[in-house]
Design a protein around this ligand. Structure first.
Ligand SMILES: *Cc1c(COP(=O)(O)O)cnc(C)c1O
Length: 375
């Protein structure tokens, strides 16, 4: 299919751009021996898992459904962390996963023996209480009162038997200098027990495939844990795997005026790019400028009845007209995994663009996808 023929709205994932990211991650794995796995929370378009699995070591999950998806669609190393596991799911999770990561010693005491009985490994999430991000507490697992990980105060060296590794996840869209700072805190608080572990998992939030990311410093951080403590190092980035590898294609449905020019699109910030409202941020739009930068400025809004369903203000060289197609950038991550059918909105189709520039619609959604979630 050609680009002009695609149904809108649709998410388009570009395999060449995805593979470019995977090559960067693969290089780090090759040079350091660290293992990198895909955090499915950010990106679960499983039609790309065979490609991702050619480079990465496997998948990271946050519960049974992601664990099952990773197992069925990639079938490589499968790790699971959850703030607390359900009694009725833990056996299946253990069956599907290689590493089970517990969030507390009470979870270890409740379920640890089940993991050991199957010969699998379990780890403990620690909270180094080192906030290296400012502002976004919604994305800060080290915020005061966080439910994530065992702090030094509640760490129980007497209960470490059976625990084969430690896991931390404290970063969000950050560079490796913040990882180095976090490792200082990890060593300061948990250093005495690192040598008795087999592995350490640095979590996600490493913006590795961003242009200004300091990869040599990341590799230094990895070697530091390998050389000093003899640890196997895991990273589980989500964003970095599919960063800037996808687009959201939308069509202008109408234009109007109310003190300014407004365009109504067939895609919704609330339903199809919820981080735009949650983070919040203004997504890149191909060929557009900042408000006032080009001659025609519009506020772009969604087709829902939510007053705040605005994507942002953008300027264009020409006036927008009905039927125009707009393409938002960086729409692979935290988009299709978070979308909803709120207000009866159709879900965007899922499209792959191969290396020859051919587009293939992998899946289209319809009325039934809205109806089946209600009763
Ligand atoms: C969200 C999350 C990740 C992935 O984070 P990114 O910011 O997408 O890289 C990895 N591990 C855990 C435990 C997470 O919660």
């Amino acid at each position: 299919m050609r680009f002009e023929e695609l149904p809108t709205p649709c998410y388009v994932v570009d395999e060449a751009l995805l593979e470019r990211n995977l090559e960067i991650l693969g290089g780090i794995m090759e040079r350091t021996g660290a293992k990198i796995i895909l955090a499915q929370k950010a990106f679960s378009m499983y039609s790309t898992y065979p490609l991702i699995g050619r480079y990465l070591s496997g998948t990271a999950s946050s519960g049974l459904y992601e664990a099952r998806l990773g197992h069925e669609e990639m079938g490589k190393e499968n790790h699971c962390f959850a703030p607390a596991y359900r009694e009725d799911q833990i056996d299946e999770i253990i069956e599907l996963c290689d590493h089970i990561i517990f969030n507390s010693f009470s979870q270890v005491e409740k379920f640890g023996h089940k993991v050991l009985a199957t010969g699998k490994k379990y780890g403990l999430r620690i909270n180094p209480e080192c906030s290296t991000q400012v502002g976004h507490d919604i994305y800060n697992p080290c915020a005061v009162g966080s439910r994530f990980g065992v702090t030094r105060e509640h760490f129980r060296p007497d209960l470490l038997e059976g625990i084969s590794g430690l896991h931390f996840h404290t970063l969000c869209q950050q560079n490796s200098d913040d990882l180095a700072t976090t490792l200082d805190a990890v060593e300061e608080k948990f250093g005495p027990w690192l040598s008795q572990m087999e592995w350490i998992n640095f979590g996600g939030g490493h913006h590795i495939t961003r242009e200004d990311y300091d990869i040599p410093l990341l590799e230094q951080c990895i070697r530091r844990m390998q050389d000093k403590y003899g640890l196997e190092v895991y990273l589980e980035p989500g964003e970095a795997v599919a960063l800037n590898a996808g687009f959201l294609v939308t069509t202008v449905l109408d234009t109007m005026k109310n003190g300014m020019d407004i365009a109504i699109l067939d895609t919704s910030a609330s339903c199809h790019m919820p981080d735009v409202l949650e983070m919040p941020y203004r997504p890149p739009l191909l060929g557009s400028g900042e408000p006032g930068e080009k001659p025609y400025t519009y506020r772009l809004g969604g087709p829902t009845c939510l007053s705040g369903d605005n994507i942002g203000d953008y300027s264009f060289d020409q006036p927008l007209k009905n039927g125009d197609r707009l393409v938002f950038g960086d729409m692979a991550i935290y988009s299709m995994v978070k979308n909803t059918t709120f207000n009866g909105m159709p879900l965007p189709a899922l499209v792959l663009c191969d290396k020859n520039g051919d587009y293939q619609v992998v899946h289209e959604f319809g009325y039934e996808d809205f109806r089946m979630r209600l009763a």
